[in-house]
Structure formats: structure tokens, C-alpha cells
Design a protein around this ligand. Structure first.
Ligand SMILES: Cc1cc2nc3c(=O)[nH]c(=O)nc-3n(C[C@H](O)[C@H](O)[C@H](O)COP(=O)(O)OP(=O)(O)OC[C@H]3O[C@@H](n4cnc5c(N)ncnc54)[C@H](O)[C@@H]3O)c2cc1C
Length: 435
């Protein structure tokens, strides 16, 4: 296996579990800061879990966060942060830090592998819609670290790593959470539980709701290289259409802040993992995309199974879900994590109204209505459409789509309408309109 190679999913998880079983039990200090039940439990310390945590801390609501891993995962997944997300995080005082850690991308490219540049979008046309008329390229684990650092400024909470939640049960007016640790089973009680435990969510499974949708047959390959594509006319974000091998190309700052490029390719369903990860196959793929005399230096190679699914409900009594636990989608458009952030803000604001102002718990049904409706109407529709367009193999449909893009960038008002949707402003507004 090439160095730096790991795969999100079964291989990574089973390796982690072996580590968890083998590791000596860490000695967690558990300060007596709250009555055992008088708190909210967040399951999952990914970007969405930490967002829920920081907003609860901001409102002064006690919580306990239970995370399976020993630390924040660093696999290369989300890297795009959209304007409404930056607005929401600004209320928590972390947006400036985020802006300082990533790349601000005002212009991005839609390209065709044979025809080259089709449309250069200018997010500046959103200047009247948002104080942040750009995308921020910042890796998701860095966002989680920024949120976790900010959290350390607040009291009244605990974060317990090495706790894999296996079951969540309603218990009279409270909820009981069972977790597996290296030292055995532990149980915890709370008034509410928020499941932010990702696509395979045990919290969602405990709620016994469906996760309807479909999975793509092909897996998505992400390669990471330091080769400087900006010297060859590429923007820091590029979507590149092709009926045989579309791709998406982004620059993020990377581990040493010097800048690294990620390129996302589809693979064929029948290709084995060994074939996909073979050095010669990868080199041919990269040279086929952009030929150069020297071989590519590939820092990481990751393979992802991709799904389009939405949970049947985001609420079962006092148990709620947010982020990938509630919906999953393909990464084209960079929306999944952002959408999860919007869930977390929406939900924790409602919980704060209930906790602090005795608002009716029916508000939590509104969370479900708002966020689940928009996940289906907007997130699923938009990301499925993004994939359909980038891989379109009908020549007439392809030509029409590319002509439409050219027409959109030629007209600032059309571009604004298009970018309000692509930049997720429309989705947030639509959710707010649902009573
Ligand atoms: C290649 C790729 C590129 C992407 N790019 C983008 C992008 O640019 N923009 C975007 O918005 N989205 C993007 N996404 C989607 C994004 O990565 C996810 O939407 C995001 O990670 C969801 O965050 P989350 O916190 O809900 O879940 P996760 O990131 O999956 O975090 C879940 C956390 O819960 C923990 N956990 C799981 N089970 C348990 C348990 N039983 N008990 C305790 N803890 C548990 C896990 O260890 C993990 O820390 C991309 C995805 C992929 C695959």
C-alpha cells in the first residue's frame, strides 16, 4: 500500500477499532460540573458535532460530547465553506480565524475537459446578499480544530473521546446513552441527545427511522498533489465536465500551509481497489488530465463510497440528528458539511429557546420540517443535478448545459440568481420560510 494511503470507511474504522481495543484506557478527568441529567448529549465530534457544541456553549447550555475517535479525524473530505456558513460562524467569533487559515476564492471555473474554460463565476455579484461574497477553501479537520479551540474558552461541558455510542433510548423524560469504551460499557443521561455521528449514525439507527435514497455504484477517488495547477490557468476551484472522466480540482492549504491540490475522479464500478490505487494507473490518470514531463508526486489517495440519502425523520421525541447522520450526498458543489452546519445552528437555536425561554418542544418538529424539507428539495436535488451535468454523455444535452452556463455568466443578474443557489443562500432562506 502506498504511503499516506488510507480509506474512509471500513478499513479505517476497523483499524481504529483494533487500536481502541488494544489501547490502555485513557484516564479521563470528569469534572463535577453539571447534574447528571441536566444537559444535552452530542454524539460525534466531527465538524457538525463541534458546531452544535460551540453554539450550546455560546448559549450557556451544559452538554457532554461523546466521540468515538481519540482525536479529530484528518481525512481529506470537505474543503469548501459557503457564505451563509461564514455568517453563522461570525456570531460565534470564529469566522475571522477561519478566513486567516484558508484561501478566499472569489472566482471559480466551470470547464470542459476537451473545450477548456466554459464559465468563470464571480461570487462578487453576491456583494449585496452576503458580507462574504466568496468561498473559503479550508479543510474540515481545521474547522473542527478551530471550533474545539474556541470551545475551551467556555465552561459547563465535557468532551469524552474514545466513547463509541452504541445505543440511545428514551427513558421517561430523559434519554439514556450507552457507550463502548476501552474499559467497558458506560451509560449517560441527558434531557436531549443530538446525533452528529455521521452517515452510519447509531443515533439514527436507535431512532428507528429510514434512510431512504440510493448509493452510486462508482466510488470517488481523491488524489492529493503539490503540483501547482494555478501556473497552468486553473482557478483555486474547478469543476471539469467530461462524459468519460469528469473531475473536480481544488487547492487547499494542506498540512504545512504551503498549498496542495486535491483532484476528485470517478472510478468504474468494476475496478478493484488495487487497480484504482496502482501507481501506474494513477500516473496515467493524472497525465491524462494534465500532461507534464515529470511524474506526479501523489501525497494521498483516498476512495469514498458516495450516497444520496435523507433520514425519514430528524426527531424522535428527545432524540435529534444533524449533519451526515441526517443526510448524505455526493461532494460536487461542496455542500454536505455546510448543510450540516446549518442544521446544527438551526437546531441548537431551537433547543436554546426551549432550555432558556421555556419555548414549546413542538419547535423541534419545526427543525425537522425546515431542515428535512430543504435536504430533499434543495441539497439532494442540487447535488444530483451537479453530478448529472458534469458527466452528461448526451451531446445535445451537454452542449445546452454549457451554453446555459455561458449565458449565465454573461448576465450579472442571472449569475446572481445562479450563485445564490450554488452558494447555499437560497437553501437557508427557504428553510427559514417553513413554519
Ligand atoms: C471527498 C469528499 C469531499 C467533500 N467535500 C465537501 C465540501 O467541500 N464541502 C462540504 O460542505 N461537504 C463536503 N463533503 C461532505 C462532508 O465531508 C461531510 O458532510 C461532513 O464530514 C459531515 O460532518 P459530520 O460532522 O456530520 O459527520 P462526520 O464528519 O462523519 O463526523 C462524525 C463524527 O462522529 C463520530 N462517530 C461516528 N459514530 C460514532 C459513535 N457511534 N459514537 C461516537 N462517535 C461517533 C466519528 O468518529 C466522527 O468524528 C465531502 C465529502 C467527501 C467524501
Amino acid at each position: 500500500m502506498a504511503s499516506g494511503l488510507y480509506r474512509w470507511g471500513s478499513i479505517f474504522k476497523s483499524k481504529y477499532r483494533r487500536r481502541l481495543e488494544a489501547a490502555p484506557r485513557p484516564s479521563y478527568k470528569r469534572p463535577e460540573i453539571m447534574a447528571e441529567k441536566d444537559r444535552i448529549i452530542i454524539v460525534g465530534g466531527g465538524p457538525v458535532g463541534y458546531t452544535a457544541a460551540l453554539n450550546l456553549a455560546h448559549y450557556g447550555i451544559p452538554f457532554l460530547l461523546l466521540e468515538e475517535g481519540d482525536e479529530i479525524f484528518e481525512d481529506p473530505r470537505a474543503g469548501t465553506v459557503h457564505p451563509p456558513t461564514l455568517e453563522m460562524f461570525n456570531n460565534l467569533g470564529v469566522t475571522e480565524t477561519m478566513l486567516g487559515r484558508g484561501y478566499i476564492v472569489r472566482n471559480y471555473h466551470y470547464r470542459d475537459r476537451k473545450q477548456g474554460l466554459i464559465a468563470e463565476f464571480d461570487l462578487g455579484v453576491l456583494a449585496d446578499d452576503t458580507p462574504y461574497p466568496f468561498r473559503l477553501m479550508l479543510e474540515q479537520h481545521k474547522i473542527s480544530h478551530i471550533l474545539a479551540d474556541k470551545l475551551s474558552e467556555y465552561g459547563d461541558h465535557q468532551v469524552l473521546n474514545g466513547h463509541r455510542v452504541t445505543e440511545v433510548r428514551q427513558n421517561g423524560g430523559n434519554v439514556t446513552v450507552t457507550a463502548q469504551t476501552s474499559g467497558g460499557i458506560e451509560t449517560f443521561e441527558a434531557r436531549y441527545v443530538i446525533g452528529c455521528d455521521g452517515g452510519r449514525s447509531n443515533v439514527r439507527k436507535s431512532m428507528d427511522v429510514g434512510f431512504e435514497g440510493f448509493s452510486f455504484e462508482e466510488r470517488f477517488l481523491v488524489l492529493t498533489t503539490p503540483f501547482e495547477f494555478a501556473d497552468h490557468g486553473y482557478a483555486l476551484t474547478n469543476y471539469i465536465a467530461d462524459p468519460e472522466e469528469w473531475c473536480a480540482l481544488f487547492k487547499v492549504k494542506g498540512p504545512d500551509d504551503k498549498g496542495i491540490w486535491r483532484i476528485l475522479f470517478p472510478t468504474k464500478p468494476e475496478e478493484t481497489e488495487d487497480e484504482i490505487f496502482d501507481d501506474d494507473v494513477i500516473e496515467r490518470r493524472m497525465q491524462g488530465f494534465h500532461a507534464k514531463p515529470e511524474a506526479y508526486d501523489i501525497a494521498h489517495r483516498n476512495l469514498y463510497q458516495v450516497h444520496q440519502r435523507v433520514a425519514g425523520s430528524y426527531r424522535a421525541g428527545k432524540i435529534l440528528i444533524a449533519g451526515d447522520a441526517a443526510h448524505v450526498n455526493n461532494p460536487l458543489g461542496g455542500m454536505g458539511m455546510n448543510f450540516g452546519f446549518h442544521d446544527a445552528f438551526n437546531l441548537t437555536e431551537k433547543l436554546a429557546a426551549i432550555w432558556l425561554d421555556s419555548a414549546d418542544e413542538a419547535l423541534l418538529d419545526r427543525y425537522d420540517r425546515q431542515r428535512r424539507t430543504v435536504a430533499s428539495e434543495y441539497l439532494q436535488r442540487q447535488t444530483i443535478e451537479n453530478k448529472k451535468n458534469i458527466e452528461q454523455d448526451n451531446p445535445a444535452e451537454r452542449a445546452k448545459f454549457l451554453d446555459d452556463l455561458r449565458a449565465i455568466i454573461a448576465d450579472p443578474e442571472k449569475q446572481r440568481v445562479y450563485l445564490r443557489r450554488a452558494a447555499m443562500i437560497e437553501g437557508v432562506a427557504r428553510a427559514a420560510s417553513i413554519t
